[in-house]
Write a protein that binds this ligand. Structure first.
Ligand code: 8X3
Length: 290
């Protein structure tokens, strides 16, 4: 267990002394519940938009101090200001390209000491680029997916899990997978392969980190309307909008709510993985549209 200092107080659970009632004519002695609040710190990759930004808001609302990372530092800075002002938590912006492991390493190395006590890592950064048959795929798309979804997640996990172990923190790592991590579909071979990798890595990491008391959760969403499809179609918004036509997709906030639920479960409980999709989607292949 991490040492508690003056300001290291826990968000949850709330500890309270049992109330005692009148016994054998004794005076009623009802101690006020004691609330012990310990600030936790989370690092979220890909926090500048979508699921990442929504998760930052949800965790800030729970009282987490945050390290928010991504490439778009302007967006991260305005999120930083919003979170500090609205939730009175401490936020640190780290701008780097997760596809570059040297940049990632040096950005994390430069993290101020107060933000290195990480209780929670949300491996959210990820993307899909292109949607075509394997013989027509663009090598640059494949590289950006492999470098972000697999190598980026690996690099950050390697560093942060080592920090957690060194500091004896019973931490939690949440990997953003996808239904594409268990179901491959036509035109998406490489994206699906990267998310299958996240699925396998989540299972392996859970075993490797078990003895250190570090929990690993994988979340596998179906359709979530964020910038995901716009990125997949290289900025073609009309094509992206068609993906969600006639269906109410999930939102970043829906996933953030699930994360907030997962991290507020008791310490002895872990959600290994969770598959979530819109009510109108059955799997990667079947949706029911208006
Ligand atoms: C996002 C879900 O179905 O577009 O990972 O692959 S899907």
């Amino acid at each position: 267990m991490r040492k508690m200092g003056a300001e290291r107080v826990q968000n949850f659970p709330l500890y309270s002394k049992k109330r005692t009632g009148r016994q054998f004519g004794q005076r009623i002695n009802v101690p006020k519940p004691k609330i012990l609040v310990m600030k936790k710190t989370a690092l979220i990759t890909g926090a500048s938009s979508g699921i990442g930004a929504a998760t930052a808001r949800a965790l800030a609302e729970l009282g987490y101090n945050l390290v928010i990372t991504g490439r778009r530092t302007n967006r991260l800075k305005s999120l930083n200001d919003e979170l500090e002002e609205k939730y009175h938590v401490k936020v640190h912006v780290l701008g780097f390209d997760i596809q570059d492991r040297f940049q990632t390493q040096s950005a994390l190395d430069g993290l101020p000491e107060t933000f290195r006590h990480l209780d929670l890592l949300i491996n959210n950064a990820g993307l899909a680029a292109g949607l075509e048959h394997i013989d027509e795929g663009d090598w640059r798309d494949w590289e950006s997916m492999i470098d972000t979804n697999i190598k980026g997640l690996l690099c950050v996990s390697r560093i942060v899990s080592q920090w957690m172990i060194d500091q004896h923190i019973k931490g939690h790592i949440i990997n953003m997978g996808s239904i594409a991590g268990t179901q491959a579909y036509e035109n998406g071979a490489v994206y699906c392969a990267t998310k299958h990798a996240v699925h396998a890595l989540s299972q392996g990491m859970r075993m490797d980190l078990l003895k250190h008391g570090i929990k690993v959760t994988e979340i596998r969403p179906g359709m979530v309307e964020t910038e995901f499809s716009i990125v997949r179609f290289h900025g073609d918004k009309d094509r992206a909008d068609k993906v969600y036509e006639g269906i109410e997709p999930l939102t970043g906030e829906d996933i953030a709510r699930i994360i907030a639920w997962i991290v507020t479960l008791p310490e002895h409980v872990n959600i290994n993985d969770i598959e979530v999709m819109p009510a109108r989607q059955a799997n990667a292949f079947l949706t029911y549209r208006d």
